[in-house]
Design a protein around this ligand. Sequence first.
Ligand SMILES: Nc1ncnc2c1ncn2[C@@H]1O[C@H](COP(=O)(O)OP(=O)(O)OP(=O)(O)O)[C@@H](O)[C@H]1O
Length: 333
Amino acid sequence: MGVEVVVEGLTKTFGKQVIWEDVTLTLPAGHISVLLGPSGTGKSVFLKTLVGLLRPDKGHIWINGHDLANCREKQLYELRRLFGVLFQDGALFGSLSLFDNIAFPLREHTRKNESRIREIVMEKMDLVGLVGAEAKLPGEISGGMRKRAGLARALVLDPEIILFDEPDSGLDPVRTAYLNQLIVDLNAEIEATFLIVTHDINTARTVPDDIGLLFRRELVMFGPREMLLSSDEPVVRQFLNARRHGPIGMSEEKDISELEAEAQMGHEPGRLPPIPPQLMPSRSGLRRSQRPPGTWLAEHGVIPPPGSFVDEQGRNWLDEYPRLVAAHLDGVR
Ligand SMILES: Nc1ncnc2c1ncn2[C@@H]1O[C@H](COP(=O)(O)OP(=O)(O)OP(=O)(O)O)[C@@H](O)[C@H]1O
């Protein structure tokens, strides 16, 4: 099972520019979390700070009892080994084959012999569906394959925490759907703690257990998917429903007069759309960190919008999920 990451009062500035301040959240062990926010709100800076590539000005990042934000270089080096990072472009070396790219961290950071390295690389290539492409150069393959190769490389040191920086950027909707399924399947298999930065609303609505939103230099909300997908908070509602009307404008934020004009024109935020069912693993049935649909809503007495948890085949996952759990338990017994 992955490890919990506890972020407390984290603040990052560059000179006089405050990127975000007082960010507090917990990435629960083994969960898939998504971080959203308009462009330029510092999501990539947040990922880089989590992995220790940037030092925050204030605050703490607790992992296994150590504060990654305030530790010495040697400790930081150890803590960094818990992380795997999938950078936006895959960050592959253009002159190395996919095999050598994926083997790179093993050759750099371990003393494993070549036959063990081959075993590990092939296992990770198999996990991401790249067997057969070992000899290809990054320039010879599609963007989707490059992402998968970057993911395989992020996995070779068996990380407890995986950070994904816009895994869907530059991918068409079909490839994005495949990648999302791969992320969910991977989480079911390795049970590491995942944090995904994305702009893709469909990904944000269907993949994670938890969602966070950065806006105007702060974390507006972070919590279970059902909390954010049923939220009336104007920024959360606008962002998760990809609407024009609301506090977020063309530039980072709208000014007050624009908002007043919108209110005078009677722009209503509209009804909340149904909460979609969460993407299920394709093979193993259930993920350990997944909660049955409707759990948070029931615990908090919130009625979901009509049509929630119904998939495109018309199946209602409030009924389907317990059936799947029972079948899964039968299979285990
Ligand atoms: N090393 C740096 N030095 C100075 N400023 C930086 C540095 N890295 C990022 N910034 C600034 O921090 C702000 C946030 O950048 P960041 O890339 O994290 O945003 P983002 O939310 O990931 O945006 P997008 O969604 O467009 O990728 C930007 O104004 C950027 O110019």
